[in-house]
Design a protein around this ligand. Structure first.
Ligand code: PMV
Length: 314
């Protein structure tokens, strides 16, 4: 084993959240400059591997009798690596994790955590892991975490490329034109699995209408993938607005999300929508240039966002 370091990006779902769970296509992009990092350090004095989650201010050992629930996902990731990818030494190393990705805000923090740890520990063991394997293992972990995920989060973060994603199919990479996005965080945490379950319950009592909406969202995602490839921000924005209307209709928006979507639109966004499971978490807007994007990010804070940032694709 060697001392090393790896990381994984955040992600934004541009089109197709929820509909993707029901087999429709969706579009997601990585946010390269917002990342979760994992470092492995060799330390001969360590008798039981030390796990340090810096942001949570937790330090424990791998074989401790019990672990705080907040690091359960980290422990499960290490167990999966040991059981299925590569046998890890029983002593002599520590894992430190820190992250710029807010938790439970629809930016892919759980998938980024698994993927950063898998990357770091396999690298430390000098074991090469193919992209497909990384997608599969991180999907197993997403299932433990979320119940019935589509696989979009762990796929886009494993590849760190914009993708058109469809459940149970190989993702298609999208080579995007230049685009400026703004993310605004409502500050409201939500559990993806809970929101997905609420949508499933609502669909049960009105399946025909929900499936019609999901089909419309699927078409928006296909059109959105083309707009992204063409660098057509105006078209992309229009499609984002349409997607947001349909997300409202399936009941996953919220007053706080609407407020930020409206604030972005008033300041000149070409389109805006919630991103991820909804009912809280983040929204995303697209702007025609970097200056407008910065202005929108500043206005989102004034409108009540707890954090906002811009990101440029390509
Ligand atoms: O909230 P997030 O970032 O975990 O995104 C969830 C996207 C959903 O379509 C709602 C669920 C899924 O598994 O695809």
């Amino acid at each position: 084993m060697i001392s090393t370091h790896a990381s994984a990006s955040a992600k934004i779902i541009l089109f197709g959240e929820h509909a993707v769970v029901y087999g429709q296509p969706a579009v997601a992009i990585p946010i390269q400059d917002v990342r979760t990092s994992a470092a492995i350090s060799i330390d001969a004095a360590v008798a039981d591997p030390v796990i340090e989650a810096k942001d949570l201010k937790i330090e424990t050992t791998l074989s401790a009798a019990s672990h705080p629930e907040s690091i359960g996902h980290i422990i499960k990731t290490i167990q999966l690596i040991h059981d299925k990818i590569v046998k890890l030494p029983k002593s002599g190393w520590r894992l430190t994790i820190w992250s710029k990705i807010p938790i439970e805000r629809g930016l892919g923090s759980s998938a980024a955590t698994s993927i950063a740890i898998i990357r770091a520990l396999t690298k430390a063991m000098m074991k090469v892991i193919a992209p497909r394997e990384l997608i599969n293992y991180s999907f197993e972990l997403e299932k433990i975490h979320h119940g019935t995920p589509s696989g979009i989060d762990n796929t886009v973060i494993s590849l760190e490329k914009p993708i058109l994603f469809r459940k149970d199919r190989e993702p298609s990479p999208i080579h995007p034109g230049s685009m400026f996005f703004i993310v605004g965080d409502t500050g409201i945490s939500k559990k993806t699995g809970d929101v997905v379950a609420q949508v499933a319950a609502a669909r049960n009592s009105n399946q025909e209408q929900f499936d019609r909406i999901f089909t419309q969202i699927g078409q928006i995602a296909r059109d959105g993938a083309l707009a992204l490839k063409d660098g057509d921000a105006k078209k992309l924005g229009k499609l984002m607005d349409e997607n947001q209307n349909l997300l409202q209709r399936i009941g996953v928006s919220s007053p706080e999300l609407e407020n930020l979507v409206n604030a972005a639109t008033m300041r000149g966004a070409l389109g805006a929508k919630l991103c991820g499971a909804g009912k809280g978490g983040c929204m995303v807007a697209v702007a025609k240039d970097g200056v407008t994007a910065e202005n929108i990010a500043a206005d989102l804070l004034k409108a009540g966002a707890v954090r906002s940032f811009t990101t440029k694709l390509k």
